[in-house]
Design a protein around this ligand. Structure first.
Ligand SMILES: [Zn+2]
Length: 90
């Protein structure tokens, strides 16, 4: 992971992108939405910040995807995780 992509992801995502998660950037890994082994590229568009707990989740059936200018999260059964409040980004 080139450092400039990590920095760009930190600026854009400001922390874990999983619905409702408040984990700060220093808690997070950069996750590849599409793994490089499956043709995913190392770019900001293919990257998401996820904390360790949620990184494990997206590797066991959960899914995050950027839609427009926000992240959406789906459970393994295909239902979306919706949160009522907007996360504060400081
Ligand atoms: Zn998280």
């Amino acid at each position: 992971m080139p450092p400039h992509i990590r920095r760009a992801a930190e600026l854009r995502d400001a922390g874990c992108v999983f619905a409702g998660c408040q984990a700060p950037t220093w808690f997070c890994d950069v996750h590849h939405l599409l793994h490089w082994a499956h043709g995913g590229e190392t770019s900001l568009g293919n990257s998401a910040l996820l904390c360790e707990r949620h990184h494990t989740k997206v590797h066991s059936g959960y899914r995050v995807q950027r839609v427009g200018d926000r992240w959406r999260t789906w459970r393994p059964d295909g239902t979306e995780i919706l949160i009522a409040t907007t996360r504060l980004r400081t």
